[in-house]
Design a protein around this ligand. Structure first.
Ligand code: PFF
Length: 465
């Protein structure tokens, strides 16, 4: 009943929404699950020593990730507006507009490099289907990755294709586009990743890989490593920039915001672990190194999977699931931008989609042309010795998202009326979850901001341990 009334109200205002709880869960999970799980998570874990990093990461998810996600959902559903409109409605103080400005900036920065890497993934799906990885060697895997990345034309074309797919889905709208695609593809992604994980676990020597992933070595934990874990948690759960505010604005009134956040965080971590389980045992079983940075997915996976029976089918499956993950995540970032342009600037949805695709492709090409040292712009230093590609990644994940998250925590924790938060999170007293809300507010007010500030200041060397 509540849902129907809400939808009628929304129809009056011409604003779309998701159709119900399951659609909401898959859409939010579709945003969280992305290249972060399959491309970033395994190599960051690999570089930072495995299990100890995992433990820090899980602490960041529980004490920072989930509280910030609940807060973003609160802001979105309370106002049913894009990130800028939502903040304006909740507080007349223009200071809070900065959350929206940072968010929009972070959205663009992430899309600039994310659309580039997604393009590589799309091209690997195509290569796997063509059988390019059959009989591949370590040298030819490296050469193929080099060709894919350095280009210059193929990576630009694939980036264009990835953006076109995202734009075509977004033009269809929230329910017919985003909801339909995420509800079908996210369950498929789970099936594919479980198959790849089971295959990896049945390889001889798989236990080495598992030991690497789950072994706990605290000597590896430094402030820099903790910041990486925190940055990864934000990036992973799509937090700190208003994506979840925007998705929250399409939620129905009967959605339980706290349990949805917890379920999304748990399911997303399971996907990351499954990706690790599919990748590390396979890598170890073939005597390869686990700490190869961003190339881990593109060089090692084709090499090791192609040596397995039915390896090529597995490879097609693996890159398809990565492409699905990348696409549903990009959809959520661009939707945040589109909601802003349609509601604040009055653009038609299709115009907003095309305009954003053009901006992302134009500036994103700088990321594509600087992704490797051998690329045309590979040696151009933009920010403390970083290339365009690395600058977009570093500024968004390590600066804009944590700062955005901190501001969101402070805003909802201290500057929004307690009653408003309690009413929204209990669905106007329909849910009997008072003690959970109290725990959430304590963590949001006293743990999240302090943890975020310490990690941030120590990583900038402003405070030292
Ligand atoms: N969560 C996505 C991933 O892990 O790949 C990336 C992402 C999506 C970041 C949406 C930020 C965002 F707003």
């Amino acid at each position: 009943m509540v849902t129907v009334a809400y939808r009628m109200e929304n129809e009056k205002s011409n604003r779309e929404s998701f159709s119900g709880t399951i659609a909401i869960f898959f859409a939010a999970l579709g945003s969280a699950v992305g290249l972060g799980n399959i491309w970033k998570f395994p190599y960051v874990v690999g570089e930072n020593g495995g299990g100890a990093f995992l433990l820090v990461y899980i602490i960041c998810i529980v004490f920072v990730g989930i509280p910030v996600m609940v807060s973003e959902f609160y802001i979105g559903r309370k106002t049913h507006k894009n990130v800028m409109g939502a903040l304006r409605q909740l507080s007349p103080n223009p200071v809070w507009k900065s959350i929206g400005i940072f968010g929009i900036l972070a959205g663009y920065f992430i899309m600039f490099f994310y659309s580039c890497v997604s393009g590589w993934v799309y091209s690997y799906v195509f290569k796997a289907i063509k059988g390019d990885f059959v009989n591949i060697t370590a040298d030819s895997a490296g050469a193929l990755f080099g060709k894919t990345v350095v280009g210059p034309f193929p990576p630009l074309v694939w980036q264009f294709i990835a953006m076109t797919v995202v734009s075509l889905i977004l033009i269809k709208g929230v329910e017919k586009g985003i909801e339909r695609v995420t509800k079908t593809l996210i369950p498929l992604l789970f099936v594919l990743i479980i198959i790849c994980g089971i295959r990896a676990l049945t390889l001889p020597g798989a236990s080495e890989g598992l030991k690497f992933l789950f072994k706990v070595d605290f000597s590896k934990i430094t402030p820099g490593v903790i910041l990486s874990a925190m940055g990864l948690a934000f990036f992973k759960l799509s937090l700190g920039m208003g994506t979840m505010v925007t998705y929250g604005s399409y939620f129905t009134e009967d959605t339980n915001l706290i349990t949805t956040s917890a379920k999304v965080a748990v399911a997303d971590t399971i996907v990351s672990l499954l990706a690790g389980i599919a990748i590390f045992p396979t890598v170890f079983s073939f005597g390869m190194k686990p700490d190869q940075g961003p190339g881990l997915l593109f060089m090692t996976i084709p090499l090791v999977f192609s040596k397995l029976p039915f390896g090529n089918i597995l490879l097609v499956a693996f890159f398809c699931l990565t492409a699905i993950a990348a696409t549903t995540a990009m959809i959520s970032i661009v939707e945040m931008l589109i909601a802003y342009f349609t509601e604040e600037k009055g653009l038609k949805r299709s115009t907003a989609v095309i305009l954003n695709a053009i901006i992302i492709l134009l500036i994103g090409s700088l990321a594509t042309l600087s992704a490797d040292k051998a690329s045309i712009l590979g040696n151009v230093s933009v920010f403390f010795g970083r290339s365009f590609f690395d600058t977009f990644d570093f500024i968004s994940s390590n600066i804009l998202l944590p700062v955005g998250g901190l501001l969101i925590a402070i805003f909802v924790g201290y500057f929004v009326k307690k009653n408003s938060v309690v009413n929204e999170l209990s669905n106007n007293e329909q849910l009997k979850n008072r003690s959970v809300i109290t725990a959430y507010r304590y963590i949001l007010m006293y743990v999240t901001p302090i943890l975020l500030t310490i990690v941030f200041l120590s990583s900038l060397n402003i405070i030292k341990f």
